[in-house]
Design a protein. Structure first.
Length: 265
C-alpha cells in the first residue's frame, strides 16, 4: 500500500496493527482479508493526514502514531454527512423512488466449502491440484461433496468444512462472493488459490436478488434512509481521501507476500 507522499504500509505495519486489532486477525489469513484490512489501515492513515491538514489536535503522546483509530474516528465524524430521516411520507416515497438500490435484497446462497492449506499435499499432490481432481469426481457423481468435506476435515480442522449455511452474496470488490453471486444452484466454484489456502465451493441452494416494493418497506423507509445515507457517506469519504492522498493498493505485492510464505512452508 502506497501514498502519493511516499508513505507505505508495510508487512511490519500490518503485523503491529493486527496485534492491536484482534477482531481482524481471523479475516486476514488470505488475500481478500488482507486487502480489506489494508484498506481500513489506509483510511485510518488518510484520516490522520486530513486531520492534520484541518488542524484537528492529537491526543498527547500519540502524535507519532500513524494508525490511530480513535483520532481517525474523530476526524471522520467531522467529514461525514449529517443523515436525517425523511420528514414525512411524501419525502419517504420520494427517497424510495430515487434510491431503488437501497431497497434491493442481494442474492443469497446456501454454500458448502472445502478449505485446505495450499502447502498441504494429499495423495502425493498439492492441495489445489488434488481439489481439482476431487471437483471432477463430484461433478461426475463418483463422490459427494459431503464426502469430500469429511475427507478434507481429516486433514484440516481449523476452519469449517462442508455446509456453511446461508450466506449473503454481496458483490464486493476482490471477493469470491462476486463470482458466487453469478453461479447457478448446484454448480461448483474453484479450486481457488488465495494466500495460504485453496478453496472449493458448491452452491447447494440459491435465492436470487429481488427489488422490494413500497408496500414491503413503507414502515422501514425512514430507518433505511439514514442507514443508506451513512453507508454512501462512508464510501464518499473513503473515495475522496484515497484520491486526495493517492492511495494505491498493491495487489501484486500482497499476492507475492503470500506466495513467499507458502513457498517457505
Amino acid at each position: 500500500m502506497r501514498f502519493a507522499n511516499g508513505e507505505t504500509i508495510t508487512k511490519a505495519d500490518l503485523s503491529v496493527y493486527l496485534d492491536r486489532r484482534v477482531d481482524l486477525r481471523s479475516t486476514s489469513r488470505n488475500v481478500w482479508g488482507v486487502q480489506t484490512t489494508l484498506r481500513e489501515m489506509a483510511l485510518v492513515r488518510a484520516l490522520a493526514l486530513e486531520g492534520a491538514a484541518m488542524g484537528q489536535p492529537r491526543e498527547e503522546g500519540k502524535e507519532a502514531q500513524r494508525f490511530d483509530d480513535v483520532y481517525a474516528q474523530a476526524v471522520y465524524t467531522k467529514l461525514a454527512p449529517a443523515c436525517k430521516p425523511p420528514a414525512d411520507e411524501t419525502a419517504a416515497r420520494q427517497f424510495f423512488q430515487d434510491h431503488p438500490q437501497a431497497f434491493r435484497v442481494p442474492p443469497m446462497a446456501r454454500l458448502s466449502r472445502v478449505i485446505l492449506p495450499a502447502s498441504e499435499s494429499l495423495e502425493g499432490e498439492p492441495a489445489a491440484a488434488w481439489l481439482m481432481k476431487q471437483a471432477q469426481a463430484v461433478a461426475s457423481g463418483a463422490k459427494s461433496f459431503d464426502d469430500l468435506a469429511k475427507q478434507a476435515e481429516s486433514v484440516y480442522k481449523l476452519d469449517a468444512q462442508g455446509d456453511l449455511g446461508w450466506v449473503t452474496l454481496f458483490e464486493e470488490d476482490a471477493s469470491v462472493l462476486r463470482v458466487l453471486a453469478t453461479t447457478n444452484q448446484g454448480e461448483m466454484v474453484g479450486p481457488i488459490r488465495e494466500g495460504d489456502f485453496a478453496y472449493l465451493f458448491k452452491v447447494d441452494e440459491k435465492r436470487e436478488g429481488r427489488q422490494l416494493a413500497w408496500g414491503d418497506v413503507a414502515v422501514s423507509v425512514p430507518t433505511r434512509a439514514v442507514t443508506y445515507c451513512r453507508q454512501e457517506g462512508s464510501k464518499k469519504v473513503r473515495e475522496d481521501l484515497f484520491k486526495k492522498y493517492g492511495v494505491d493498493l498493491d495487489g501484486a505485492a500482497i499476492r507475492a507476500l503470500f506466495s513467499k510464505q507458502s513457498a517457505a512452508n
